[in-house]
Design a protein around this ligand. Sequence first.
Ligand code: NAD
Ligand code: ZN
Ligand code: ZN
Length: 390
Amino acid sequence: MRANCWTGRNSVEVLDVPDPRILNSRDAIVKVTSTAICGSDLHLYDGYVPTMRKGDILGHEFMGEVVETGSGVPNLSVGDRVVVPFPIACGACNACERGLTSVCENSNPNAGIAEKFMGHSPCGIFGYSHMLGGYAGGQAEYVRVPFADIGPLKITSDIPDEKVLFLSDILPTGYMGAEMCDISPGDVVAVWGAGPVGQFAIAGARLLGAERVIAIDRFPERLDMAASKAGATDVVNYAETPVLEALQELTGGRGPDACIDAVGLEGHAASALYAYDRVKQAARLETERPTALREAILACRSGGVVSVIGVYGGLMDKFPIGAFMNRSLILRTGQAHVHRYMEPLLARIEQGDLDPSFVITHRMALDEAPQGYEMFKNKQDECIKVVLTP
Ligand code: NAD
Ligand code: ZN
Ligand code: ZN
């Protein structure tokens, strides 16, 4: 089959690779019909995750048709249409029982590598390096889906792929980012990053009742989308306007009730590098790039919530713990526990409360994945979200 493979820093290639096979009774094989490129894929593309190997198949946002099931997957039949959540989760460990599927204790066979600097291991993730299980990803014609008896969400209506594909990751992620803010009527929420994840954090905050949502980014087309499609009431271009001052002005000097970091490594790429003792490279990145997280903490009103859904790796440098402690702030974080959001958000889509396809700017064939990565990374042609079809 054809699959999009990581072949080095800033390099992916669509190659011929062996088809996946059922390895365990709880596996299914899915023929991919749509798959997307995520901001998280850029961390691999940028070369910030040291446990990638040449030839690893990328992709953790995908959906398709079941073509084979193991004996332990009674819930699925050949021909079923499914969206697959990006965290691989067993459904039965202590974490899964608490609904915390992105920290499943049984899905990462290479847990030891991550534990070195995370204390415990997070879950396995499709197409996301050997540190997170070394699973082949879904930017491919076919993919093996472990724990298929509890993960995939069946789509029984004829709703188009584009409206449900993002249930695999970024819609639950953005929504969870907003849910972690404990929004009350009248609240003001600020969102750093108007990428696809930020767009859904904004939309989630509005669905959950925020009165005002302020989007922060430097790309005008992303800020326009935030205002015209996602529901942002105000936008701040951080390349033109000092963010802390703008937020004070917009909130009567108090600061937003909640601040969502939907930027992650791009705002603090250095953290991953510290973890691998690439201290010089880390320090250079730190001075070159503004740090969204630090800004979110300093901006937040006292007693408010800072919700971190942007992905970080490794150690955090210059974390303003003083502001946190002395101003009674609350920090909430996490890779999205996608499983618990899929059904309720599908219902919201089917009811017409939300059409997540608004983030898609580019549709390409799987074979064009290398151009897709280039465009998405460099924001060429006002690229915001790329969907690939095998
Ligand atoms: P993206 O790269 O398209 O978006 C990031 C946006 O942040 C860009 O528009 C960029 O201009 C903006 N940005 C950079 N520095 C900024 C700053 N200092 N202030 C304000 N904005 C700034 O990526 P995306 O797909 O939207 O993903 C965003 C983040 O969410 C990534 O870190 C990704 O890994 C993470 N993510 C997390 C989860 C999860 O489960 N928690 C899931 C998916 C993605
Ligand atoms: Zn993703
Ligand atoms: Zn589990």
